[in-house]
Design a protein around this ligand. Structure first.
Ligand SMILES: *Cc1c(COP(=O)(O)O)cnc(C)c1O
Length: 418
């Protein structure tokens, strides 16, 4: 018997041993994992695998967790008495060893192990930047075939660890399309390759993997934070933080109140911030204009189909926790990145700068920080630190057209998967 079941947020239907399943009759609701263990515990396994509330345990490969510590310098500077940092990145001096430098590694590790345990032969991930790098890395670490599909306009943001580039996952770049075209092409590639298409936020393994940040934080703090800060793109990480908090609340030993979610986007592309300001469950089409993305510093946050209005998504997470959405301008992002590096001694990726800037905004209201500990999820950092230790390479992609025939896809795969 499995140590968890999967439950539909809407109708409460329970599915056993389901892989990436959708609840057939509630298409607009997320499924959540329900663990048989009501009590949180850490086992003997190393790194991220020690937590009981994960769908997979003790795989044959290592996955480090984040480093959680109490901030002194940054906390003092911005005037938050009890501030904890969950550092998801590369900072070996602090015990953070994520070689792709973001919390996307947790997602990739749990999704890949879950796919393996469910008899999958590989998977196709359509993504750019941090997610693509995390899946390519974990494919290599776990020895599990993965095909990464990216729009070629995003290639400039892609780097792989030098010593893994040859053994890693083949990267296919869609030469004549945008992000939506590359998702469509990836779905066709998945059919030809006979591998599942990595299904995004609906995959419980993805959200529970991202929830490792909250698991490590509560395990270190000994209690739930009162406030949780994170930058959001798809919303999966924030939903994961909420879902894990609900489990801690049911456990009963870690607090009686759900942490308030403080979620941030980079202006001017901030569709969730703008919708939630008006308390709307629907995003406004004018806020999804692609032209806005080019004015932000954080393409990783520029998801145009976030899990916002779906039942059990970001809107519900904000409502349930008394959450707040923030819009952060580019100058605030740079200033927060600089201040964090000065006071804590490590570089941040811009998305993490968005979260740090939101926390700075929140201190101005004078409310956050007076009523309990604050947790700042630094979702990515230490890229510059990593590049001091390790060689990194630009990705050498296989190019394909969005109009490629099945035959052409098959030829390319035969070549790329040798
Ligand atoms: C993806 C990403 C985010 C946003 O996470 P979502 O789950 O997509 O909302 C934040 N920070 C970094 C560094 C990321 O890579």
């Amino acid at each position: 018997m499995s140590h968890f079941s999967i439950v539909c947020r809407k109708c409460g239907k329970m599915l056993e041993n389901a892989y990436c399943a959708f609840c057939e009759h509630c298409v607009n609701a997320l499924l959540v994992t329900q663990y048989k263990d009501k009590e949180f515990s850490c086992g003997q396994a190393e790194g991220a695998w020690k937590f009981n509330w994960l769908p997979v345990h003790s795989p044959g490969f290592r996955q480090p967790g984040p480093a959680v510590y109490r901030s002194e310098g940054f906390a003092r500077k911005i005037g938050i008495p009890e501030l904890y940092i969950c550092f998801c990145g590369y900072w070996p001096e602090k015990g953070a060893h994520l070689k792709t430098c973001t919390f996307k590694e947790f997602e990739a590790a749990v999704v890949i192990q879950n796919a393996m345990e469910n008899g999958m032969q590989g998977l196709v991930a359509a993504s750019a930047g941090n997610t693509a790098r995390a899946f390519a890395h974990l494919s290599s670490v776990a020895g599990f075939p993965a095909i990464i599909v990216v729009p070629s306009m995003c290639l400039s943001e892609m780097w792989y660890l030098g010593d893994e580039a040859s053994g890693g996952a083949p990267t296919i770049a869609v030469s004549d399309g945008d992000y939506a075209d590359s998702i469509n092409t990836a779905k066709r590639i998945a059919i030809v390759a006979g591998m599942p298409f990595e299904g995004g936020v609906k995959n419980i393994a993805k959200r529970d993997g991202l929830g490792i940040a909250m698991l490590e934080a509560v395990s270190t703090m000994g209690m739930l934070p009162r406030h949780y800060f994170q930058a959001v793109g798809s919303g999966a990480g924030a939903i994961a933080a909420w879902e894990m908090s609900e489990r801690f609340l049911k456990d009963g030993r870690f607090g009686k109140v759900l942490p308030a979610l403080h979620l941030a986007q980079n202006l001017p592309f901030a569709p969730m911030t703008k919708a939630y300001l008006k308390k709307s469950r629907e995003l406004f089409p004018e806020d999804l204009d692609f032209a806005l993305v080019s004015e932000t510093t954080t393409r990783v946050l520029s998801n145009r189909y976030p899990a916002y209005g779906v039942l059990g998504g970001v809107y519900d997470a904000l409502e349930a926790t008394g959450g707040v959405m923030y819009g952060v301008a580019n100058e605030e992002v740079y200033a927060a990145m600089d201040l964090f590096e000065e006071t804590e001694g490590i570089d941040l990726v811009p998305a993490a700068g968005v979260a740090a800037a939101a926390l700075i905004q929140a201190t101005r209201s004078g409310k956050v920080g007076t009523d309990g500990p604050v947790l700042l999820n630094i979702t990515g950092g230490g890229e510059r630190r990593l590049k001091r230790d390790r060689a990194v390479k630009r990705v050498s992609p296989y190019l394909i057209s969005k109009n490629a025939s099945e035959n052409e896809i098959e030829k390319l795969l035969n070549y790329a998967m040798r």
